[in-house]
Design a protein. Structure first.
Length: 673
């Protein structure tokens, strides 16, 4: 989940301590945040539909936003603010050329109403400024461009920011350069604003699994009732009974007193002896649990299973959270048994609970930090060492032993020959009975201690669980913040490309950005919202009169770090065809064919529909192998469209298709449009 010092061991180390989730192949982990941010029902009011539509716009899904805001307007929720955001939604991630005739007619009709809104409303001023811009684009009136630029710069900062971000392609060639410089500067500031590096990663944190009482660790077992042991204990009990009967029937007061004293002293001796023996055995048990079974971990496993993922995560977090004076390898070796016990407990407790290893990272991290703290405090090796008895306990034991020996001697002398023989049987069989009794005592006390420790551990884990849940809730970024950070990354990247090419923004006739998932991605989303990825591969197409520059860059969204950047230029007439491959699970692949090479396949969107949701093949009973396919879930189809909208796919497709169809003539057509 997190980035940072992984504390990797030296070459040849057997432990894999790479970051959890750092996957070479495109394997993903999905996080679903449950909230009602985008929730809408048929009974919701027009105002509520506008609010949700605006949220979609802020989250980078303008087509869904346009749909909801248009519906709000049709339901007579028509204000300057609503019209303003409807215009932003209409043009976001589109160029003016992308509008159809019906959309242009709607735009002309809307422009006729701009002057009827409250003149004191700041959104009315924004509508009028946009009206000048659109009038210029519709009619080609050159005078309107200057007036539009002046009017735009007189707007409030937040409104101008929204126009700059959402109408970036519409503004190209009109007021682009001045607004672009302002947008670029503000993007550099907004890119890491609001603690982005600390909070963006929280979005991709899985919902933590609630702690459960762990499976009990292997401990001491009670005696299994071996025939010899049962016989020995039975003989001892019978012999004690007979000895008592013989002593009482013999009528010797010294014998009776000695028997009573012997039984009391024996009880005192047994209590103290059992306690000391148990503490020593408890230390041995804790040492075995602490150091494990001594088997080395297999570092060659594929890491796809639940236990392997737990092992991988533990190696990472223990290597990351280690004492300052120990290397990662030394700490991993020292905690091998601790991690093995924890792994076995979690595997046994959560394996059948449909719990993913990712949702246990908070618990693994908690134990790694706690073990580090205990080591630094000097208590890591404190396994409940057997304490030497104090002098009072030693005197009590020695006194009880002396009294028991004296009482046994007195009883022996006061007893008849039969009583003496029975006393000898009691002493011999008593040794076996004491051993059996101790093992029974040890098993019960060990189980009680394990239960108490498990209860205390569960309580501490619950406290950490609540703390971590609250931390996630407090630091969870909003959808608007996530979109703002991503837009700022894209803006800064475009600025870098323009600077290296020594281009002005106004020299770019059009551009398109495709946000495709990057290698090793994980993704998350809120209810009814688009997927967001921890890693992106950004593809930017900048079109000038000289050709097309394709820029591909890897972006780690959690840190804002832009990695490898590659550039390629090709002529406008190099694109021969563009094809969209629609996968059955909802994924989309854009195939661009150039006249000088193999087709470029760009995975625009990962699948969101499970195979069983898309359709199932069933034999129709005719034996001809024909299959039937059930229609996909409408909600999942809507999610596919929502994700495509968020990627910028539609505009990029129209741009590349237009260039592929017209070649250099596209520039002239674009200018006329």
């Amino acid at each position: 989940m997190r980035t940072g010092d992984s504390g990797q061991p030296g070459p040849g180390a057997a432990h894999n301590i790479a970051q959890p989730g750092s996957i070479v192949e495109n394997q993903a982990y999905e996080i679903h945040h449950h909230n009602r941010h985008f929730h809408i029902t048929p009974a919701d009011t027009a105002e509520q539909r506008y609010i949700v539509g605006r949220r979609y716009l802020e989250a980078g899904s303008p087509r869904r936003a346009e749909e909801l805001i248009s519906e709000a307007i049709r339901r007579r929720h028509d204000q300057a603010e609503v019209q303003f955001h409807w215009l932003l939604a209409m043009f976001s991630k589109r160029s003016f050329r992308d509008l159809g005739e019906d959309e242009r007619d709607r735009l002309r009709a809307a422009m006729l109403t701009f002057d009827f809104y409250d003149p004191e409303d700041r959104y009315t001023a924004a509508l009028q400024a946009l009206g000048l811009l659109f009038q210029h684009l519709l009619d080609g009136a050159t005078g309107d461009a200057v007036a539009a630029e002046a009017a735009l710069h007189e707007l409030d900062e937040d409104l101008l920011d929204k126009i700059s971000y959402h109408l970036v392609d519409v503004l190209a060639g009109v007021t682009a350069q001045r607004l672009w410089e302002r947008t670029l500067e503000r993007a550099r500031v907004a890119r890491f604003a609001n603690q982005r590096t600390a909070r963006a990663r929280v979005y991709f944190e899985p919902t933590p699994a609630m702690p459960r009482r762990g499976a009990p660790a292997a401990g001491y077992e009670a005696p299994e009732g071996h025939p010899a042991e049962v016989a020995g204990v039975g003989v001892c009990v019978l012999a004690v009974s007979i000895l008592g009967w013989l002593t009482l029937s013999g009528g010797s007061p010294w014998g009776v007193a000695a028997l009573v004293v012997l039984l009391v002293a024996g009880a005192v001796l047994g209590r103290d002896l059992f306690g000391w023996m148990y503490r020593a055995d408890r230390v041995s048990l804790n040492e075995r649990r602490h150091h494990g079974n001594g088997f080395a971990e297999d570092g060659s496993r594929d890491g796809k299973g639940f236990v392997s993922q737990l092992r991988h995560s533990m190696n990472f977090y223990y290597a990351r959270h280690r004492p300052a004076d120990l290397s990662a390898q030394e700490w991993l070796d020292l905690t091998a048994g601790v991690r093995q016990r924890l792994r076995e407990e979690l595997a046994e407790t959560f394996r059948e609970q449909r719990t993913c290893a990712e949702s246990l990272h908070w618990l693994i991290r908690y134990h790694a930090i706690e073990d580090k703290r205990s080591f630094e405090a000097g208590s890591f090796h404190d396994l409940g060492a057997a304490r030497r008895p104090d002098w009072r306990a030693a005197l009590r034991f020695l006194g009880a032993l002396a009294v028991a020996v004296a009482a046994a001697v007195v009883l022996f002398r006061a007893s008849s020959l039969a009583g003496q023989l029975v006393l000898l049987v009691v002493l011999v069989s008593g040794c076996l009975a004491v051993g059996v009794g101790y093992r029974l005592y040890r098993a019960r006390r060990s189980a009680a201690d394990d239960e108490a420790e498990a209860a205390a551990l569960l309580d501490r884990r619950r406290q950490e669980f609540e703390r971590w849940k609250q931390t996630i809730s407090d630091q969870m970024p909003t959808e608007q913040e996530m979109e703002t950070w991503l837009l700022s990354d894209i803006t800064v990247l475009i600025g870098k490309v323009l600077e290296e090419a020594k281009w002005k923004r106004c020299e770019v006739v059009s551009n398109a950005v495709i946000r495709q998932p990057g290698p090793g991605w994980r993704r998350g989303r809120v209810d009814d919202g688009p997927w967001r990825y921890s890693k992106y591969q950004l593809r930017i197409y900048l079109v000038t009169v000289d050709g097309v520059r394709e820029v591909t860059a890897d972006l780690d969204f959690r840190t804002g770090e832009i990695g490898k950047v590659s550039r390629e230029n090709f002529q406008l007439d190099s694109i021969t065809s563009v094809k969209v491959i629609e996968e059955v699970n909802g994924g989309r692949v854009l195939a661009v064919m150039l006249n000088n090479g193999e087709p470029r396949e760009i995975r625009v969107a990962e699948g969101v529909i499970a195979a069983e949701a898309v359709g199932s093949e069933a034999d129709d009973g005719l034996g001809d192998g024909e299959t039937t396919q059930a229609p996909p879930d409408p909600d999942l189809v809507k999610l596919v469209r929502l994700n495509l909208d968020a990627t910028g796919f539609d505009h990029a497709l129209r741009l590349l298709e237009g260039i592929g169809a017209d070649g250099k003539g596209w520039i002239r057509r674009h200018a006329r449009a």
